[in-house]
Design a protein. Structure first.
Length: 306
C-alpha cells in the first residue's frame, strides 16, 4: 500500500515510522532541517513500544512521490490551507485523504478541494513530538479513529485499519465519526481556552470552584452547538468529559495553551474560534467560549502572533 504522510511531526512521524517498518510503501513530505535529517540519517523513533531507526522516502516536493492510496494529513490546523494545495500531486481518482487535525472543520476544508468522497475524517490519539531533526519521541498511545464521510462500510476503510493493526498500531473504523470528532473537540477546547486565559493547568481548572463552573459551562456550550448541528452525542457527554479531565495530570496543559504561551502559531481559530463561529451559524449562544476566545486573541496579539 502506498501512503503519503504530509507533516512528519509527532503524529505523522510516529504513524509513518511504524507503517514503514511493517513493510508499507510510505513517503514523507517534510521541510527544513527535519527533512535534511530524514534524508541523511533516516527516521528515528524513541518509544516505550520499541525504538526504530530506518531509512525513509522524504521530500519537500509531493510530486516526487506521485499518486498514493492514502494521504495522511497530519499538519496543524493553521498549516492546513497550504497542505491542501500541496497534496494535489498525491491525489488520484481512488486516493483517500485522512484528516487528523484537532478540530471539527478540517474534513470540510479538504472536501472543498477534493470532494467528500475523497475524505476519511479521522482523529488521532498519539503522545509524541519532534525531539530534534529526524527524531520522534513517542510517550504513549498510537490510535487512529476514522470512517467514511457518511459512516458507511467500505473496503478502503477496512484495508487502512488492517495495515495499521499489522504495524502494531490501534485503528478503529467508527460507527459515527462525527460524534467521535465532536467528543474529542469537547475534551480539549474548553480546557485549552480556559487554561490560556488563566495560565493554569488541569489541576487548578478542575478543582477551583470558579474555573470548574467555567469549564462546565464552556463544555456545555460546545455540546449544545454540536446537537444543534445534528451531531448525535451521548446524553452524558458533559459529565463524562469532565470526569476524563479529572483524571489528567494536575500540571498538564493543552497544546493550544503551550503554543500561545510560547508565542508560537496556534490552533486558537480552529478550537475556541470554531465554537464561536459554528455557534453563530447554528444560532446557539456561546458566551463563555466567546469570552475565552477574546482573551486568548488579545494574548496572541500582544505576543505579535496575530
Amino acid at each position: 500500500m502506498r501512503i503519503g504522510i504530509v507533516g512528519a511531526g509527532g503524529v505523522g512521524g510516529y504513524f509513518g515510522a511504524r507503517l514503514a517498518a511493517a513493510g508499507q510503501d510510505v513517503g514523507f513530505v517534510a521541510r527544513g532541517k527535519h527533512l535534511e535529517a530524514l534524508r541523511s540519517d533516516g527516521l528515528v523513533v524513541r518509544s516505550p513500544a520499541g525504538d526504530l531507526q530506518l531509512p525513509v522516502q522524504a521530500t519537500n516536493e509531493p510530486a516526487e512521490l506521485g499518486v498514493v492510496d492514502f494521504v495522511l494529513v497530519s499538519v496543524k490546523t493553521w498549516q492546513l490551507p497550504e497542505a491542501i494545495h500541496s497534496i494535489q500531486p498525491l491525489v488520484g481518482p481512488d486516493t483517500a485523504i485522512v484528516t487528523v487535525q484537532n478540530g471539527v472543520e478540517a474534513p470540510d476544508q479538504v472536501a472543498e478541494s477534493f470532494g467528500r468522497d475523497a475524505v476519511l475524517p479521522g482523529a488521532a490519539e498519539v503522545i509524541a513530538y519532534v525531539d530534534g531533526p529526524g527524531i520522534i519521541r513517542h510517550l504513549g498511545s498510537g490510535k487512529l479513529t476514522f470512517a467514511e464521510w457518511d459512516n458507511r462500510q467500505s473496503a478502503r476503510a477496512d484495508s487502512l485499519r488492517e495495515v495499521f493493526v499489522a504495524a502494531g498500531l490501534q485503528a478503529v473504523v467508527s460507527e459515527d465519526i462525527w460524534a467521535a470528532l465532536w467528543a474529542k473537540f469537547l475534551s480539549v477546547v474548553p480546557s485549552g481556552g480556559l487554561g490560556t486565559a488563566t495560565g493554569a493547568g488541569y489541576g487548578v481548572l478542575r478543582t477551583h470552584p470558579a474555573t470548574r463552573r467555567l469549564l462546565t459551562d464552556a463544555t456545555t456550550e460546545i455540546r449544545d452547538v454540536a446537537v444543534a448541528r445534528g451531531i448525535h452525542l451521548a446524553a452524558d457527554v458533559v459529565p463524562r468529559t469532565l470526569a476524563w479531565i479529572d483524571g489528567l495530570p494536575a500540571d498538564g496543559t493543552t497544546s493550544l495553551q503551550r503554543d500561545l504561551t510560547a508565542g508560537r502559531p496556534s490552533e486558537l481559530d480552529a478550537w475556541t474560534g470554531a465554537v464561536v463561529r459554528l455557534g453563530n451559524e447554528a444560532g446557539v449562544p456561546t458566551p463563555v467560549n466567546t469570552f475565552l476566545y477574546e482573551l486568548a486573541t488579545a494574548r496572541a496579539v500582544a505576543a505579535g502572533n496575530l
